[in-house]
Design a protein around this ligand. Structure first.
Ligand code: SF4
Length: 257
């Protein structure tokens, strides 16, 4: 497997998990119920049902959240953006007060601000990110998902959960006919993408800024996760993340759509 960026730093010890989420808009219980059906642009087989029971610990957490916050989404969070996109962004898992509350990946918490502002800056989105699934933001030639679709306690999925949910990521990767590049946010997402393509972790080591050409021609690009913890500690700056997305824009060429 060829690494296309030879200057990438050595692998660092994992990525920090996303921060605990704060603030933002709400998705109503009625909206959450309306999303029982799979998103229109996603084959139903590729999308977990609202009551997916493959991960008992996450089901228990989901049940508790539904009882405590019946107006939240509280279900596997569907991907955002069209299946015809050339770029797929893969995060770790929904934040409890972010995507788990609003029903859209990276929406309603700090991580979404940096992610969507950067996607807007480089033409992978248009409109305005308003921290709410109804803000009208539109992704352009880009789709956003998570390696684990349900919110985990403490923002940390366990290996069995990452493994169980990989069936949906693998199906999604296979269902994107124009897919040319995947942006993995953190080492867990990086390894989930490799697994979803039938590869092993040793086949490509995670490193911020690295770009790996996978068999079949798919480009896997790595970034530290856009979490508040990573930005607060200086592990990831806005400029560092912008450089990764700018490089993706250069590799994919002018925006489509
Ligand atoms: S994390 Fe994925 S596999 Fe596990 S219960 Fe949620 S949707 Fe199902």
């Amino acid at each position: 497997m060829r690494r296309t960026q030879s200057e990438a730093p050595a692998v660092l010890p994992g990525e920090h998990p996303p921060e605990r989420d704060t603030g933002g808009g709400h998705t109503s219980g009625r909206d959450a119920a309306a999303s029982d059906a799979a998103p229109r642009d996603t084959p139903e087989r590729d999308t977990p049902g609202r009551d997916c029971g493959l991960c008992p610990r996450l089901v228990a957490y989901r049940t508790a959240n539904r009882a405590a916050h019946p107006d939240w989404f509280n279900a596997p969070v569907p991907s955002f953006g069209g299946l015809d996109a050339r770029l797929l962004v893969v995060g770790l898992a929904p934040g409890v007060r972010g995507a788990n509350r609003t029903g859209r990946p990276f929406t309603g918490d700090f991580a979404g601000v940096l992610l969507y502002q950067t996607l807007l800056r480089f033409g992978f989105a248009e409109g305005r990110y308003g921290a709410d699934a109804a803000d009208g933001l539109r992704l352009v030639d880009c789709r956003v998902t998570n390696g684990v679709r349900c919110v985990p306690p403490g923002n940390l999925p366990v290996p069995a959960e990452i493994s169980a949910c990989n069936v949906f990521l693998a199906a999604e990767l296979a269902a994107m006919p124009q897919l040319r590049a995947v942006l993995a946010l953190g080492g867990v997402a990086h390894r989930a993408v490799l697994r979803g393509r039938g590869l092993k972790a040793k086949d490509a080591a995670f490193a911020h800024g690295a770009a790996h050409l996978l068999p079949g021609g798919l480009l896997l690009v790595d970034s530290y996760h856009v979490s508040r913890l990573n930005t607060n500690t200086g592990r990831l700056s806005e400029a560092m993340f912008a450089a990764v997305v700018e490089d993706l824009r250069r590799r994919l060429g002018p925006r489509l759509g």
